[in-house]
Design a protein around this ligand. Structure first.
Ligand code: HEC
Length: 393
């Protein structure tokens, strides 16, 4: 009881920190992309300037200048944007551990998986580490000569890893891992490539050398990948709140479609800011619409799952719920992982079932998200009976 109470607090604080630093990271990255597009050569700007921008915010005026390569003298108090990325990764990993590793049999493993929790945790860590190594291998290969082909290979790699995780992890854990892998790649890109390269460039400039142009080009490529990952990562991080997203059994396909949708939206947005008319961006618009349409079509509830059984009486419906839900969905749950009813949802009386009717149908009948990790071994016949009861209400 006290254990799950403090675990809840740890979870809450980790989630809170993760969201705060994540907003800082994405905010800074969006700000700099927008800034790049606002720069204009102004009257009186020195030759070595690419442009400058005037901005007003919070009661003050700012003038920001961007140099073509670097100014003749770099100040020692140069501001680096890196801690947001590192802390987002670290707090995300703490949150992953508290939510999915500590309660591995409920959250991480597929209900039908025979793996032990520790084995699941090892697979998760291997998928994140191995995924980063495979991605870096692709970026160091000859594919870099064709950025499009490299992009497609990265997308295929993510689809492949998601598909490999599908039989082992629960639906929500698979989608979350696809997002966590992209987040890991983004943070490692900053930590292991972009910042070290930038340091070498600054080091060369400080001693008056000409920096190696390749270092900048590699950093730019990784930074470009990061901007394409941002929107899909956000969608995948929110996916555990929307059971419908993990209801389709081919999670790899769902991840690919989310990637195409997010990357197309990113492309549209940035290209439009850069001055391209929507009419020239037909390809990105078509892929975003097609990806969203396909996703909505694939995730449509399967009409054949509609319960065809004769509705059972309230007594039997409550018995099913008593057996399969109340260990967790009670004011003070018996289940050791919870100190209060998950989502504040107590399921004990007929009134409770009526109140949460639509959610229960979605989570138990049309998708098999609940009981969590099917810990209580609920059968399809029981799902159909409960469904028929709820539909008859
Ligand atoms: C092992 C514990 C456990 C059992 C057993 C369980 N649940 Fe849940 N349930 C949870 C948790 C945890 C959540 C919150 C999930 C989250 O964080 O997204 C939840 C959430 C829900 C939600 C809300 C989902 C949402 O995102 O809005 C519904 C509906 C639900 N459960 C119904 C049921 C029903 C019906 C049963 C029995 C057939 C059941 N649950 C059995 C743990 C359990």
């Amino acid at each position: 009881m006290l254990y799950s109470y403090f675990l809840d607090w740890a979870n809450l604080l980790a989630r809170f920190s993760h969201i705060i630093v994540g907003i800082g990271w994405i905010g800074a990255s969006f700000y700099f992309v927008a800034l790049d597009f606002s720069l204009q050569k102004q009257e009186g700007d020195e030759d070595e300037l690419l442009g400058s921008a005037w901005e007003v915010h919070g009661g003050g005026f700012y003038q920001t200048k961007k140099y073509l390569v670097a100014p003749a003298h770099l100040p020692s108090n140069l501001i680096w944007y890196k801690w947001e990325a590192y802390l987002t990764f670290l707090s995300g990993f703490v949150l992953l551990s508290l939510q999915y590793y500590v309660n591995a049999s409920s959250y991480l493993l597929a209900p039908e998986s025979s793996l032990r929790p520790l084995e699941g945790v090892c697979i998760s860590v291997l998928a994140l580490g191995g995924g980063w190594l495979a991605y870096s291998g692709l970026c160091a290969s000859r594919l870099t000569r064709w950025p499009w082909l490299l992009g497609l290979s990265v997308v295929a790699l993510l689809g492949l890893i998601t598909t490999l995780l599908t039989p082992v992890f629960s639906g929500r854990a698979v989608l979350l891992h696809a997002g966590a892998l992209m987040g890991t790649i983004m943070a490692c890109n900053v930590f292991l490539v972009i910042i070290p390269n930038q340091r070498k460039i600054v080091g060369a400039l400080l001693v008056g050398d000409v920096p190696d142009a390749r270092l900048g080009a590699i950093g730019k490529q990784r930074s470009m990948h990061n901007t394409y990952f941002t929107l899909p990562v956000l969608a995948l991080m929110l996916s555990p709140h929307y059971a419908v997203l993990s209801s389709y059994e081919w999670h790899g396909v769902v991840v690919l479609l989310i990637l195409v949708l997010g990357a197309s939206l990113r492309h549209l947005w940035i290209s439009h800011e850069a001055g391209r008319a929507f009419a020239d961006l037909r390809f990105a618009i078509t892929s975003a619409v097609l990806a969203l349409g396909t996703l909505m079509w694939l995730l449509m509830p399967d009409a054949s799952l509609a319960p065809r059984e004769k509705p059972v009486g309230v007594h039997q419906a409550l018995k099913i719920v008593e057996q399969h839900c109340v260990t967790c969905h009670d004011t003070i749950p018996q289940h050791e992982s919870f100190s209060s009813a998950p989502k504040g949802m107590v399921l004990k009386t007929e009134a409770d079932l009526r109140r949460f009717r639509a959610e229960i149908l979605r989570q138990v009948v049309y998708s098999e998200q609940m009981p969590l990790g099917n810990e209580t071994g609920m059968t399809s016949a029981e799902r159909m009976k409960l469904g028929a009861f709820l539909l008859a209400r």
